[in-house]
Design a protein around this ligand. Structure first.
Ligand code: ZN
Length: 421
């Protein structure tokens, strides 16, 4: 997509979205798995399946051709056009999650598709809507979006299970989805993917800014580093003779923090999420110690430098001799850049609607990062009150929810005008 002058009057396909209708749909969806002010709607639970059935009905009522696919993706197609902007996110939640996370991006898509159909079949491009299955990793992280771009193997589906031990294949079979075809991205049809989401952090609120154009979505890597020494009596063993896995881990962790401070970029974040000492008693020198290190950045080069810090410090600790040290990769998700031209269109849409806006990275993972390698992709953030998310306290001002809808609809209009021109 290129940046060309856009004149909606020339093509006459402004999409007139209705904020009250969007809010009513959002509140109706929040009833499925309602928990206080939040929602508990884990993938493929009865609440999640009922919400998917409800969404199918709402899509059909809006004039879309809607189906649930073999992994649980709810996909609604605009029937009048051969090309479409795809808008979506996810409607599953974490345990005791919020009412907006994911759900809002899907409901934006529904309202924009409905308003687009109401505006008439004259639109250059239609609006397709998708709710991707299991974004929140109950069975298999971002299952739906990775399946949609052909990046989930049969083995991964066959071996995934939830924390209760329920196999994904059994969950899909019980839901009646297992034998259905898998919906796929169609490059001849889908001209762009747009995902709106609450920020889930405090930056927009702190900057008194109402729209965030996401520049890139962070990559995430997780490594476990294991220290193996020897258990001994904590009182009788001279210090020089100890093989103290715990002390080695503590020194190592300090070196990693210093190294991250040195090589990390402005968007880098990291944490030690879990540490364990074995056998774990006050009067025993630790035999084994493990630390879980997670780090995120928007560029592969910085992530590589951070991984070099982890590995280099492990090599140095191992070379010190008292304990053996092993660094094991546990997870790696690549960072993804959003399409700059689409970002500028969104920026222009915000300016036309007099909405304050800024460019920002996403520190959380999203379905959009899996679409970005296959289709021009843009993400929009709106503010989260207090930065709260993945909690029932999650919320956003109604005026911000509606403004975000209008900015996204105006972005779709601009894309449509470019495709036509
Ligand atoms: Zn989400």
């Amino acid at each position: 997509l290129t940046e060309t002058a856009v004149d909606p009057r020339k093509y006459g396909i402004m999409i007139e979205v209705q904020g009250e209708r969007l809010l009513a749909d959002l509140r109706a969806l929040a009833e499925f798995g309602k928990e206080g002010t939040g929602v508990n709607r884990l993938s493929f639970t009865p609440e999640d399946l009922a919400a998917r059935d409800w969404l199918i009905e709402r899509m059909q009522a809006a004039g879309l051709v809607a189906e649930i696919d073999g992994v649980g993706n709810v996909y609604g197609r605009s029937p009048a056009q051969s090309r479409a902007v795809l808008i979506g996110s996810h409607t599953d939640t974490v345990p005791s999650g919020g009412w907006l996370d994911g759900a809002m991006g899907v409901m934006y898509g529904l309202e924009i598709a409905r308003a687009s159909i109401e505006a008439g079949a004259d639109a250059a491009v239609g609006v397709d809507v998708i709710s991707f299955a299991d974004e929140e990793s109950t069975f298999c992280g971002t299952l739906g979006s990775r399946s949609f771009v052909g990046e989930v193997g049969e083995t991964e589906i066959a071996t995934a299970h939830n924390l209760e031990g329920l196999a994904l294949t059994d969950a899909l079979a019980r839901a009646g989805y297992a034998d259905r075809p898998h919906a796929r991205l169609d490059r001849d049809r889908h001209v762009a993917y747009l995902e709106a989401h609450i920020e889930q952090g405090p930056r927009l609120e702190a900057a008194a800014t109402r729209i965030g154009m996401v520049t890139s979505i962070v990559g995430i890597r997780r490594m476990e580093v294991i220290f193996r020494g020897q258990s001994d009596h904590a009182g009788t063993t001279p210090m020089a003779m100890r093989k103290d896995a715990g002390a080695a881990l503590i020194r190592y962790a300090g070196a990693v923090l210093d190294g991250f401070d040195a090589v990390g970029g402005p968007d880098s974040v990291w944490n030690f999420g879990h540490v364990i000492f074995e056998p774990g008693a006050g009067n025993v020198v630790p035999r084994e110690a493990r630390i879980l290190i997670e780090y995120r950045d928007t560029t592969m080069a910085i992530m590589d430098r951070m991984e070099a810090v982890i590995r280099g410090a492990a090599t140095a600790a191992h070379a010190a001799g008292a304990v053996s040290v092993e660094a094991r990769p546990m997870m790696a998700i690549a960072p993804a850049d959003m399409d700059p031209a689409l970002g500028r269109l969104m920026d222009g849409a915000a300016a036309e609607l007099k909405a304050s806006a800024m460019y920002m990275p996403s520190g959380a993972g999203h379905d959009a990062q899996h679409l970005a390698n296959h289709v021009p992709t843009a993400m929009m953030f709106i503010p989260s009150i207090g930065g709260r998310s993945h909690d029932t306290a999650e919320n956003t001002e109604e005026a911000d929810i509606v403004l975000g809808l209008r900015v996204l609809a105006a972005t779709v209009t601009k894309i449509g005008n470019q495709v036509r021109s």
